[in-house]
Design a protein around this ligand. Structure first.
Ligand code: HEC
Length: 253
């Protein structure tokens, strides 16, 4: 070997040229890899990123609003406002003025016989009509505001998931829709008594809507029970206008 070609400067240069060439290749590979990876992104990946950004924005906005929102005060206020708003004209049973002769007559009306309605369904395992579940799902948007979108319960309503009332006698459920419910109620061994206005009547719903909503809650969130029919609701329409129910008015589940 020519001794003039083996000296520290040449070694130094060769070493750094080697490192440099390696770095250039590594850099090119990184660019190719990044491009290849970009091409393998599915539309779902792209949408996922957008969803995350939107979600983060919503979380930020909600956190901002909640700073000035006093949950403890707001819910009783809304409930009290609802409870004190009395209907003006008496045209429909659901507009009966409390204390009026009509209200008196209604409160003295004999208790309805619910044995037929609560009789076990002819075929308890009959499949549930998906169209009825769809109606119920739409109605449940409102229930979910108080009972939680998954029936888990919340600051404005007790749970429906796993509730013995929900899978229990059908007449209770229909009457709660038509008359509302107030006062302490025990659900799954817990006494709920923190709702100032209780649950208000929702008798404005059609028989089909009530049957749908009740069939839906009886067959969602892990619940399983027979369907409720519009005819069963119709049979109890005479309940509309009577005062809000209490737990004692209900058939034991
Ligand atoms: C404005 C809030 C609110 C809405 C809307 C609402 N509920 Fe309720 N619900 C309550 C409250 C509060 C109670 C408990 C009442 C009491 O204090 O006795 C209750 C009780 C119940 C109960 C009996 C207790 C239990 O947890 O099983 C059932 C069943 C029920 N609601 C079903 C429904 C269904 C079905 C809907 C929709 C069609 C609905 N509720 C809409 C507030 C609401």
């Amino acid at each position: 070997m020519d001794p003039t070609r083996d000296n520290p400067i040449i070694r130094f240069n060769t070493f750094w040229w080697g490192i440099g060439t390696f770095m250039i290749f590594a850099f090119l590979l990184a660019i190719i890899w990044a491009f290849a990876k970009r091409d393998t992104q599915t539309p779902e990946d792209v949408a996922g990123v957008a969803r995350k950004e939107i979600r983060a924005e919503i979380d930020r906005a909600q956190a901002e609003t909640l700073k000035s929102f006093d949950m403890e005060k707001a819910i009783p206020q809304v409930a009290a406002a609802l409870a004190s708003s009395k209907p003006a004209a008496v045209e429909k049973p659901e507009q009966v003025v409390p204390g009026s002769p009509t209200a008196q007559a209604l409160s003295e009306a004999p208790a309805v016989d619910v044995t037929a309605i609560d009789a076990p369904a002819a075929d308890p395992d009959a499949p549930i009509d998906p169209a009825v579940m769809e109606i119920g799902k739409a109605q449940y948007m409102l229930c979910g505001a108080c009972h939680g979108q998954n029936g888990e319960g919340g600051p404005a309503g007790p749970p429906l998931a796993g509730s013995e009332w929900v899978t229990g006698p059908v007449s209770n459920l229909i009457r709660i829709q038509l008359r509302g419910l107030i006062g302490p109620i025990t659900v799954k061994g817990v006494v709920y008594d923190q709702f100032p206005a209780g649950m208000l009547p929702m008798a404005y719903q059609t028989d089909e809507q009530i049957a749908g909503a009740l069939t839906y809650v009886r067959n969602s969130f892990g619940n399983k029970a027979s369907a409720v029919t519009p005819d069963q609701v119709k049979a109890l329409r005479g309940e509309v206008g009577k005062p809000q129910l209490t737990e004692a008015d209900l058939v034991k589940p």
